[in-house]
Design a protein around this ligand. Sequence first.
Ligand code: SAH
Length: 369
Amino acid sequence: MPEDKVNLLNLDRAGLEAFFAERGEKPFRATQVLKWIYQYGVDDFAGMTNLSKALRERLAEVAEIRAPEIVSEHRSDDGTIKWALRLDSGNHIETVFIPEDDRGTLCVSSQVGCALECSFCATARQGFNRNLTTAEIIGQLWAANRAMQVRPREERVITNVVLMGMGEPLLNFDNVVRAMNLMQEDNAYGLSKRRITLSTSGVIPALDRLREVSDVSLAVSLHAPDDALRNELVPLNRKYPIAELLAACRRYLGEEGSRRVTFEYVMLDGVNDSPEHARRLVKLMRQVPSKVNLIPFNPFAGSGYRTSPPERVEAFRQILMQAGIVTITRKTRGDDIDAACGQLAGRVQDRTRRTQRLQAEGRLAERLS
Ligand code: SAH
């Protein structure tokens, strides 16, 4: 029965070694199979020619290599590509590839929808269905490479991964960590810790756990310089307020002097974008080795927010820069195909009744209903 098969995309190196050990095979089989799957993009055991025919046949009986299926592709004028991937009958997620001169970044989702209710984010409007499996997370890289017809080992078109798609990665801890292990694993994608960025709204206990098991780069969605405003924009702040979050960021960086946390700050017209907000942000940023990414708000129907005018963003940036804080205004990419930050909205079977509630309040946009 196909549903009984082990999907090997769910196993990192340790898991794959255990899988082979249980079947009386040597651990180096794990290395061979990792290479076939991730470096050659193979999903058929018959093609794994350095395994014996008997082993290939046995594997085909008990295991499979199954990534989420791409059901649509949109290409932006700026080269950004957005894919919708089908997970099961009711749920689709989105994954975005962003090419730049010196790198290619894949923006990966970690959950179907999101359980947090950040007020300015399109994904939040969709409610939440479930965590992605490891296979569904690492499968986004696998499927994107295949869709771009890339040989991951030789071409390395995807050089960076950001966990900044749909969902809160730290609320899907184990699967996200296992997928990040595969991104870093030499025999899989072999990306360095600096090329993988996990973005979080600030789930402090999970951030402390992450430090024990991983060393990827950290981005924190801050968006406000004080608790009153952040409570409104990122309701998770009521549980994990700014001072505690910054302390957790310092613990995450540890003693290693060269590392920094990237703080993301979405620029909302008339909400969090005044010079006074910038000055208060400076005081916070002095407490952690940091850099700041200003993200122009990407609008979506019914959001209730407007994008800060560019002069206001620039004035804000200048205040931070003059205080010695490295601050970049993010270029909006892929907005013509709704692939920009906060615009990802796959198809989510909402289990939180949020869509119904928002619909009742008349706050849900057409596109998302
Ligand atoms: N839940 C994680 C991962 C999502 S990352 C987190 O909060 O960090 C997505 C990034 O895009 C976050 O920084 C998020 O705050 C930002 N974002 C969300 N909606 C946005 C919008 N409409 N315009 C610009 N940025 C947005």
